[in-house]
Ligand binder design. Structure first.
Ligand code: GNR
Ligand code: NI
Length: 173
């Protein structure tokens, strides 16, 4: 197991469109395990491979309160969608910001699980929202893209500035 480094907005690598996974093998399962470790430690309820600089269509989620329902979704596709859900979203790649985003309320998703088996599943509530948020990451899209240009620029400037301050060593007198 290993904790991975999460890319942060406005890192251009977050804009990469991920490629379909060709084979579900032990290497991919190891990546999924490392993504869970990274997600739980953060802590977060979902993580897309894009966020750890792996540009393959793989995401992990666990929206359960006791963290006992890990789900691995490989090559996910939305088959059906309906309704509207507005949720205050956050993102591990945009730390410290929470804004309302509109998503589909119900989705039916087809994906491969960690054994490479095809699964079709109806989702709603926070799970549906989180899976849509993660699928956006796989397409290089971030929740801040749904906000106004002004808001996104404000967040971008703040994060760039924070990072600059973080990496500046304090003078030792
Ligand atoms: O931890 C997370 N919480 C969250 C809350 C509302 C909607 C989406 C999310 S996903 C986020 C983790 C993350 O950045 N995944 O990409
Ligand atoms: Ni995110």
């Amino acid at each position: 197991m290993a904790k991975l480094r999460i890319l942060e907005f406005p890192d251009p690598r977050l804009r990469t469109r991920a490629a379909p996974v060709k084979v579900v093998d032990d290497r991919l399962r190891q990546l999924a395990d490392d993504m869970f470790e990274t997600m739980y430690a953060a802590p977060g309820i979902g993580l897309a491979a894009t966020q750890v600089d792996v540009h393959q269509r793989l995401l992990v989620v666990d929206v359960s309160v006791d963290k006992t329902q890990p789900l691995v979704l490989i090559n996910p596709e939305i088959l059906q969608k309906d309704g509207v859900a507005v949720t205050e979203e956050g993102c591990l790649s945009v730390p410290g910001y929470f804004e309302e985003v509109e998503r589909y309320e119900h989705i039916r998703v087809r994906y491969l699980d960690r054994d490479g088996a095809t699964v079709e599943r109806d989702m709603e509530g926070l799970l549906a929202v989180c899976v849509q948020h993660e699928m956006d990451h796989l397409n290089g899209r971030l929740f801040v893209d749904y906000l106004s240009e002004a808001k996104r620029q404000r967040i971008r400037k703040r994060l760039v500035k924070d990072r600059r301050t973080e990496s500046t060593p304090v003078a030792v007198l």
